[in-house]
Structure formats: C-alpha cells, structure tokens
Design a protein around this ligand. Structure first.
Ligand code: E4P
Length: 227
C-alpha cells in the first residue's frame, strides 16, 4: 500500500513525512487555497520537505487540453522530482492525458466516481486514477465498492494504471479499500493519526509501563550496566 498525504499544509507535510511511511503528497485547488500562501512558494516548499524521490501530485486549474499540457510542463519544471499532474476527468482532460504521455509527464486522473470513468482514463494512459470514496458515500452509497470494481477491471484488462483512492473521512473506509487491493490511498494528517490509534493499544502500553515501573522505577534499559 502506498500512503499519500492529502494536504497543502506545511506543518502536516513535515509531521507526516517524519512519522509515517509516506509515499508522497497530493494537493488540490481547495487544499492549496486554504493555506493562503503564494502558490509557487507553497508547492516548492512541499517538494523541499519530502525530497525529490517521493511523489508530489499537483492539480491543474486549466480546462482546455493544450493549456492543461502547458501548465503540466511548467509545474513539472518548477516543482521537479517525482511529479504527477492531477487532471479532473473530462473530454479535454483525456485529450491532455494522451498528449502528456508523449511528454513523459506522470498523470493522475481525478474526480473519478465510476469504474467506467476509471477504465477510460487508464486506457488514455493515466498513471493513477483517484476515485472519491467519502464523497460517493455521502450521496449514493458504497465508495469502497466502486474502488473494488475499478481494481477488478484493471486486473482483468491488465491496465498499467494504479488506483489511488481519495476522499476519506474515517479509518473503516480506508480499510475497505485496502481489502479490495487498491494500490494507494491519500488521506489527511488526522486520518494518519486515527489509523494508528486504538484505545486497547493505550491500555496495553499503560500496563507495560506500570509493570516495568513496579520493579525498575524510572530506569530504562539504556541505564543498566552491561555485564
Ligand atoms: C484527491 O485527489 C482529492 O483532492 C481529495 O481526496 C478530495 O477529498 P475531500 O472529499 O475530502 O475534499
């Protein structure tokens, strides 16, 4: 599983990059606008924090194929490293995906809500598709099921495209997507924390600490003389 951070917040990026097995960062125009920073300063600082090898997915704000390609080239040149342009699915978007394949620029087709959209995007040459799980759950039902069907379709057709499930609000949604074998998830900093937390873990650790303290007090293994 590739775990990506879905955020434009520099503190979140620094924290998750330090404490989690991060494969990269995804942003979108909403997340970027929330930070109220100069755009290039923000995306270049994210690259600076995660380094050149981890993926950085930045979304285009263009809607016409030629302009999307122009923006993607500029983004790749300025941001550098392991870069992917995110393109919302549309006719112009698909045309841009096919043009960008000629330019050797990685593409994530985003705002996916059906397996049919995903298969079309993958056939056009997308490296990733990003189905929106929670937004689907909010409206009609089972977003994780959509992810599962996309994974099955890609397997059946041997597509060279990975499923980057996105838009999560809870750990159960992430778990259900993982069961379907999706290749990657992009989640908020809060969801990283929620994924590793469990009240029974806290109880277990408190028990270990209490039992250790009862014999050794404040001493740790590092304090013991080696014999
Ligand atoms: C990822 O590509 C999307 O930008 C993101 O996950 C959407 O998440 P939201 O539904 O929480 O806004």
């Amino acid at each position: 599983m590739k775990y990506m951070l879905d955020s434009g917040n520099l503190a979140d990026v620094k924290h998750c990059n330090e404490f989690y097995p991060l494969a990269g960062v995804t942003t979108n125009p909403t997340l970027v606008a929330k930070e109220k920073m100069e755009f290039w300063e923000l995306v270049k600082e994210i690259r600076n924090i995660i380094g050149p090898d981890k993926m950085l997915h930045v979304q285009t704000v263009q809607t016409e194929a030629e302009k999307i390609v122009e923006e993607a080239k500029l983004l790749k040149y300025q941001v550098g490293g392991n870069f992917f342009v995110k393109i919302p699915i549309s006719e112009e978007g698909l045309k841009a995906v096919m043009m960008l394949k000629e330019e050797d620029i990685g593409v994530t087709v985003t705002a996916i809500f059906t397996p049919a959209q995903a298969l079309l995007a993958a056939t056009a040459g997308a490296d990733f598709v990003a189905p929106y799980v929670n937004r689907f759950d909010n409206v009609v039902g089972d977003g994780a099921r959509v992810v599962e069907e996309i994974v099955q379709e890609f397997d059946r057709y041997g597509m060279n495209c990975q499923v980057l499930a996105a838009s999560f609000k809870n750990v159960e949604q992430i778990h259900k997507c993982a069961l379907s074998g999706c290749h990657a998830v992009t989640i908020s900093a809060d969801l990283f924390k929620n994924t590793l937390s469990h009240p029974m873990t806290d109880v277990a650790v408190a028990g270990f600490e209490k039992d250790w303290d009862s014999l050794y007090g404040d001493q740790t293994i590092l304090d013991f003389e080696i014999k």
